[in-house]
Design a protein around this ligand. Structure first.
Ligand code: HEC
Ligand code: HEC
Ligand code: HEC
Ligand code: HEC
Ligand code: HEC
Ligand code: HEC
Length: 424
């Protein structure tokens, strides 16, 4: 039974190895990106406390929903970013990220590939203001994550990370380990053969030893052994379970969905180039639950005079003549069990459309950029501070909250994690 036992031991070790794989494959994933901080400042950035303070408030107003200094949120951790790129490059990128990506800049393209999400334009910020933000980032980087952790306001995982992020790595590791296992088995078999050949030449072997030596490996017995069947069944079940769980998590997730529309309406042209306000067409965003898709009449405000001979615009006329609505294909769609209200987010909280819909102004065809899962909603409610400024409704709550905690009042603190708030 020497052979059988040997084989079982091999199977067992490789199985233990396999089990430990997902653990370190996962911790390998995001990885902190904080290299040692520099002792002195970078050219172009300030160490003046007034500038750093200005940078801090600008960061909190414009960047905090997606960035932290020492950890990845929606976007990358910003620690040391002024060393990864020049200050001039950063100013350009922060103003017009998508332009830099589309110019083919290799670094920016790689970032976009990794994060799969556009950072909105910040062309309303002056160069000096962006440099102030970067000066603050520098000051925080030098402070290091330990002190920052005390003031950190987030406990998040990335919302942008696709669910099956580590699958590729997982498969490569499994393949690598299987290969190693086969090589080890081959080497062991070779050693066993050489050894038994050598031993057979020896004459002073006992009965028992001879029996072991002459025994042939009984493959049938190995495959029928309880140990083998048990282990195989376990591995198989574990893999099936993993696939099922991953499949279930991603059911109904339509990130990246960009259907073709009956009329090729371009946001890039209308909202981008011609800068038509979103609210001109999506009349509901500040008034109610739904943003509303404009009726053909709104198109006619302009197109009864603009491009009237274009065959596409003619198609809009046909809809109006037939008194039929244009059958737009819905892109974003929560299941009926969930309640989402635009007014609350756009008007009360003051969140820009781009945070949830991506850079619509650059889209020829609308695409679903965010996950729209429950985790995505909750994640933002955990880390976003309530916009209580100039809102008397929140005065009492803010006072109560300030007594309990030094942290800003988050959406979770006003009940943003309660099931009934989002579920009918
Ligand atoms: C809506 C989310 C969002 C907001 C708001 C946002 N960013 Fe970003 N940022 C991203 C994403 C996502 C990336 C990754 C690049 C990409 O995919 O375009 C990024 C990348 C960056 C990078 C490059 C990081 C690196 O590792 O090289 C810098 C610098 C940056 N952002 C600074 C800022 C600053 C400063 C602000 C505020 C003025 C800001 N961002 C606001 C999402 C955001
Ligand atoms: C001239 C009118 C017009 C303007 C201005 C406009 N949109 Fe739209 N929008 C439409 C129409 C028509 C559709 C439906 C067709 C489509 O999906 O492309 C639409 C669809 C959308 C959708 C997808 C809706 C769905 O089905 O889930 C989003 C999100 C959106 N718009 C956001 C914006 C944002 C953000 C802005 C401002 C930056 C904006 N729109 C400006 C007309 C407009
Ligand atoms: C506020 C004015 C305005 C509104 C409202 C508007 N458009 Fe436009 N649209 C324009 C302008 C300006 C152009 C560009 C004309 C040009 O290229 O000369 C344009 C171009 C287009 C084109 C391209 C036509 C072609 O043949 O190149 C389409 C399609 C279009 N619009 C569809 C729509 C639809 C559908 C709506 C309603 C949801 C709409 N537009 C609402 C101003 C508007
Ligand atoms: C906090 C995230 C968030 C913000 C901010 C946001 N949206 Fe939405 N939007 C959603 C979600 C979620 C849906 C899907 C709603 C549903 O299916 O009930 C949606 C759906 C839509 C739709 C589809 C049709 C409809 O009537 O719901 C349009 C159009 C739209 N949004 C436009 C906008 C515009 C324009 C803005 C900015 C003024 C904006 N959104 C801001 C999350 C957001
Ligand atoms: C970008 C961040 C963000 C995302 C994403 C987001 N929310 Fe919110 N949500 C907020 C903020 C900020 C408030 C607080 C608004 C206020 O001051 O009343 C809020 C408030 C709410 C409230 C009212 C909570 C209360 O206690 O009054 C509901 C309900 C809600 N959100 C539902 C959703 C749902 C459903 C989704 C996902 C489909 C979602 N939200 C995604 C930021 C977000
Ligand atoms: C901030 C908003 C929000 C809160 C709070 C919230 N949910 Fe959800 N929940 C959603 C959204 C949005 C979806 C739909 C997600 C999707 O389609 O992937 C959802 C989906 C679900 C589903 C899955 C239904 C299905 O069809 O698969 C269950 C179950 C659920 N929620 C239970 C809860 C429970 C229990 C709580 C309280 C502990 C809760 N939710 C709190 C927004 C919320």
């Amino acid at each position: 039974m020497l052979g059988v036992r040997l084989f079982s031991v091999q199977l067992l070790t490789s199985f233990v190895l396999l089990c430990s794989v997902p653990v370190w494959a996962q911790t390998d994933g995001d990885g902190g990106s904080t290299a040692p901080a520099p002792a002195t400042g970078v050219a172009g950035l300030s160490t003046d406390q007034a500038v750093i303070d200005q940078g801090k408030s600008l960061f909190e107003a414009n960047c905090k929903q997606c960035h932290a200094v020492h950890e990845r949120v929606v976007g990358p951790a910003l620690a040391n970013v002024y060393q990864r790129r020049s200050v001039d490059w950063l100013v350009k990128f922060i103003k017009y990220p998508q332009r830099v990506i589309e110019s083919g800049d290799a670094y920016a393209v790689a970032l976009y590939k990794e994060y799969q999400q556009f950072m909105p334009n910040h062309d309303f910020l002056k160069d000096d203001e962006i440099k102030a933000i970067l000066s603050w980032v520098q000051a925080e980087t030098i402070k290091g994550p330990a002190t920052a952790a005390a003031t950190a306001t987030t406990t998040t995982t990335s919302t942008a990370t696709p669910v099956a992020d580590n699958s590729g790595l997982f498969i490569i590791i499994i393949a690598g380990l299987s290969f190693l296992l086969i090589v080890t088995l081959a080497v062991l078999a070779l050693m066993a053969a050489t050894l038994s050949k050598y031993l057979k030449k020896e004459s002073d072997l006992s009965e028992e030893d001879l029996e072991v030596l002459n025994q042939r490996t009984n493959w049938a017995a190995i495959f029928k052994s309880q140990a083998f069947i048990g282990i195989t069944a376990f591995v198989f079940l574990a893999l099936v379970l993993k696939a099922t769980v991953e499949g279930l998590i991603t059911i109904g997730v339509q990130q990246g969905y960009a259907p073709t529309q009956p009329i090729p309406f371009s946001h890039k042209l209308h909202a981008g180039e011609y800068q038509i306000d979103c609210k001109y067409c999506h009349t509901g965003v500040e008034k109610g639950k739904a943003a509303n898709i404009p009726s053909a009449n709104i198109c006619m405000n302009c197109h009864n005079a603009i491009k009237t001979t274009s065959p596409i615009i003619q198609k809009i006329y046909e809809y109006i003549e037939k008194d039929e609505p244009i059958q737009w294909v819905r892109v974003h769609n929560l299941p009926d069990l969930a309640y989402f209200n635009h007014q609350q987010h756009v008007k009360v909280a003051g969140i820009d459309c781009e945070n949830c819909h991506g850079n619509i102004k650059e889209m020829e065809v609308v695409q679903q950029v965010s996950l729209l899962t429950m985790g995505w909603c909750i994640d933002c409610h955990r880390k976003t501070a309530v916009n209580a400024k100039d809102n008397a409704y929140y005065d009492n709550l803010v006072q109560l909250h300030a007594k309990r905690s030094k942290q800003p009042m988050k959406v979770e603190d006003i009940g943003g994690l309660e099931c009934a708030k989002c579920h009918y």
